[in-house]
Design a protein around this ligand. Sequence first.
Ligand SMILES: [Fe+2]
Ligand SMILES: [Fe+2]
Length: 335
Amino acid sequence: MLNAPSTDLAGKFHPHPTYFQTQARINYLISHYLSFEILHDRLQELPKQYEQPHARAWAPVNWHAIAPDQVIGVDLETFLSVVVGALDVEAPIRDYSHVSWHYLKQIHAPMARFVGGTFAEDGSIVEIGLWEREERQHTPAFIKIYHQLTGQKIATKPSIVKNYNPSIDPREDLYRHGLHRVATEYGATGLYVWLMAHSTGALQQVVAEMVQDEVNHFVKFWGWGQWAFPESALTRLVGTVKSLSHQKRAVQSAPDSLSRSPRVQANYLVLGVDLVRTFRRVMGLMDWSSWSVLSKLEMTFTFTRVLLRMLVWSRQLTPERLRGIFGEPRIQPRS
Ligand SMILES: [Fe+2]
Ligand SMILES: [Fe+2]
């Protein structure tokens, strides 16, 4: 029998929480794990991490203490479906990091090293990227969680990663790929905050380690993107959202003056379709259609709150402040 504390890492603990009590836990988690101070510090350290990569060490985890009665306020089946969705987002990390490295290496070597590491002339890896080093702990952690909660081993089926596929415009390629990376980190942050709100004890402690890693990466990619593409962050985002909403009418509805060319617009369309496809695949793995209305509301609430937090924070990221952290953008604008 679980000896329940009155508080845990998500604030007040309730063995059978109401919708609003869970919402309070989600708010507590966001205010603590995505505090403006943490967001600022994680971004501020990026230039130092370029020079001296240093992975954040996890607190010791008592894996054998993880048990099904540490899942709270949701049925075990729904909780496990999110674990399965998370496994899909996480793997295969080596393929993800290598593709990202290719897009970055030509135009921003320090970030390429941060994500994908360094390689010898013969293509063999010399040093694993910091991002990959931190991320590659997540898949085994979710496999162990699944085993502790079910007594069964889960057979993972890693996603097929899209190969490096450069166009004639490396900067545009990098922007599109970077947006995908930010969306993945956002997805992982939202899912794991929700898992923390619905867990306690050793189970919650291990998810907390992954939340910290995801927030760290989410912030770094977001802030770096805003610094690297300062002239067009908003118009590009608007262009992408327009593509998403117009995807069914494709060519006829190609938006207006925000697009620079039909080719760029087509790129946004591909990106939009790609993001929607990824989103649908994860929702399918989580068996989203079978979720209760309250669980759907909760998950939507979590993602909305995380995004709002980031949007409010990013208003502090003025060009001057970003230059104070990173210097002048080293990525040359297209002529
Ligand atoms: Fe991860
Ligand atoms: Fe991640």
